[in-house]
Design a protein around this ligand. Sequence first.
Ligand code: NAD
Length: 473
Amino acid sequence: MTPVPLFAVECGVPTFTLIEPATGEQFTRVPEESANDVDVAVRAAHRAFKSGPWRALNTRDRGRALMRLSNLIRENADGLAKLEARNVGKPIREARDEVELAANCFEYYAGTTNKIGGDTIPGAAPGVLMTFREPVGVCGIIVPWNFPIAITSWKVAPALAMGNTVVLKPAEQTPMTALRLASLALDAGIPEGVFTVITGKGSVIGEALVKHPLVRKVAFTGSTEVGANVMRLAADDIKRVSLELGGKSALLVFDDCDFDRAITSAVSSSLGNAGQDCCARSRILVHESIHDRFAKALVDAFGKVKVGDPLDDATEMGPLVTAAHRGRVQSYIDKGKSEGATLACGGDAPNVRGSYLEPAVFLDATSDMTIVREEIFGPVVAVMRFRDEGEAIAMANDSMYGLSGSIFTRDIGRAMRVARAVETGNLSINSGSSVHLEAPFGGVKRSGLGRELGLAALDYYSEWKTVYIDVSA
Ligand code: NAD
């Protein structure tokens, strides 16, 4: 369905098959690149960084190139959204929002190229003390399969805005929108070698990218286990590393909340992208006085979620990304049952083509259970009860992760006390949101290192240089 794989097949380049999650059938084939291909791409990116036309562009023209890419994403939004929906299995409504986020992202960072600079500093020495913000060099960027175009854009846009060049490795399951984005970047006038996409296995080309001596910065989003390995591999060369990793976020429901709003948000923030979301609110902690009513309403609401064809506008939840991943999620459901939690609804794989799974609610879960401790990355939540504010905070913090979370209460004092006490990088009050393009996003504890988005992201794609001028006669 795209010239890239057909070209590769015709040329005898090794390829691998992508399966469409909604049908279980072949979607397309993409090149399976090697460590040698990584070397070629990184060397080209290094040349483009050192002496190519990207380096020579003034900051206004660099911003304009990124703005043209934003416009091209908008012009091609329909095709990109369909490609993403089919490749990942996500509902088309969500895919459209993510393509819009990608366009907004390039637009936002296009505006930063001539605004972010250094300072003059009133130091103790008599001369002039100043700082510059300089690009790092070649950035090796590795992204996961759950939000391909969104995560690609929120890493690539700030990297390019600061004048770096990028070699990007998308997840092997979902490379299609990244390949399309790289081709739109060329159409936008971003020179060859500035933004290159390589496709293949993480264990082969991902590792080769992280270890390549000409890569100066690694930005990784994915699982905590692979992220820790990336950090170890990057250590030898003291590469700059930022990591966005797993999560097990809590949604805290107090007895004075807007009940219907809390239910609606609990459903959308745990089942968006079929729960394959690092920010999914997979632990739902409810005050004991409303626990039973809340649990019943949540089970009813999960039962009404429209699971179906990603390309149907009415679909609220699509299939999981692969049959293998569905099997992994089902093994967590089995574990939840065997450890004593009550499966109140869902968990079955319907007898249709595609890797579908009915959304599941566990009740009677306890904090030592595997389904409460580990990231399931699927449409599965565990509901637990708390007695008071102190216990709610302790339960929320009883996790190795700290990425996102929500608090539902009408008491602003309590909302702020709890928001400050929960150990997490992002949190919303009376809302299920996590990502705001204009604000820093990232995790604490085993959820990651560094921040994406907002102006904060630019710190991770630039180096401060301090220059002192002796002005004595
Ligand atoms: P993953 O860690 O398996 O893979 C992520 C990326 O790393 C893929 O591109 C993969 O090919 C590559 N990779 C795999 N092995 C590698 C290796 N040895 N060296 C270098 N790269 C390698 O994760 P996934 O299954 O694609 O994504 C799901 C995970 O991503 C979840 O844990 C989720 O929480 C996390 N995630 C985090 C965020 C965030 O912002 N914190 C966002 C989305 C997803």
